[in-house]
Design a protein around this ligand. Structure first.
Ligand code: OAD
Length: 238
């Protein structure tokens, strides 16, 4: 691989990149959904039905996630962004944690939202709630409406965020790198196919092989080991 041949590099990350930091994935044997019924805490219908229950789930999860530290896979992306100054390197993440930002990654797009944000459903403002426990009595500091704050997280049956940015990135991507994502949740699961159809080279980093035929290369192993090695071997100037 000649690094300089790539000008528009897109990472798609999933729960597997944060697993080495200690955040459980969604579908693994110790998966996040195993302890909580998905239909009670992670669908928009659940939130409409019982917002306080969902707020409680998020309020309990938030401190642990926000205390977690990035791992070598997140730092490898920062390294790559520093090494390839002539390339555009964007990160589309399905993760609601903030480990990409903590590791210094630039151009991170949280298509499933962020656990440290809430959005007022009345005025649309997005708030930093990293230190605030939101519930159905919380007042929006902007429009002063009571009880209309929603976790700024994309629940099941809601559209993803930043679709126009994603569309633009996938239009011109020439190297697409998926890290730690099972390819179960659309539309992100379809990004590899789009990237391939646009002529990009596509690589997967995961501990499990994927049956997706649109990956040109699969690097199997713990992403906190395989991704830094890949960046060092293929992008560092020796
Ligand atoms: P999943 O839990 O479905 O998949 C995690 C992937 O990470 C699997 O393919 C694992 O094999 C892989 N993995 C685990 N540990 C790893 C490691 N150390 N190194 C590399 N790979 C590893 O999580 P996602 O694909 O992110 O949506 O799930 C996508 C979406 O489904 C999530 O964003 C969430 C969930 O429902 C919403 O919340 C809307």
């Amino acid at each position: 691989m000649k690094p300089k041949q790539y000008q528009n590099i897109v990472f798609l990350t999933g729960a597997g990149i944060s697993a080495p930091s200690g955040i459980p994935t969604f579908r693994g044997s110790n998966g996040l959904w195993n302890n909580y019924p998905l239909e009670d805490v992670a669908t928009i219908e659940a939130f409409r039905r019982n917002p306080n229950y969902v707020h409680k789930f998020i309020n309990e999860l938030k401190p642990t996630i926000l205390e977690t530290l990035p791992n070598a896979a997140h730092y490898a992306i920062t390294d790559m962004q520093k090494l390839c100054l002539n390339a555009n390197i964007d990160v589309i993440t399905q993760n609601i944690d903030t480990l990409h930002e903590k590791a210094g990654n630039n151009h991170v797009h949280h298509i499933h939202g962020r656990i440290d944000n809430a959005r007022c459903e009345r005025c649309g403002c997005i708030l930093d709630v990293s230190k605030l426990e939101v519930n159905t009595k919380t007042i929006c500091p902007s429009c002063k409406t009571i009880g209309r704050l929603k976790p700024h997280i994309v629940f099941f049956h809601e559209p993803i965020l930043y679709t126009s940015i994603v569309d633009k990135l996938l239009e011109k991507v020439d190297l697409f790198i998926a890290v730690g994502t099972s390819g179960n949740v659309f539309p992100a699961a379809g990004f590899t196919t789009i990237a391939k159809q646009k002529g990009a080279k596509t690589i997967l980093f995961d501990i499990e092989p994927s049956a997706n035929p649109f990956f040109d290369e699969q690097i199997i192993g713990d992403a906190s080991e395989t991704l830094p090695k890949f960046v060092e071997e293929r992008f560092a100037i020796h």
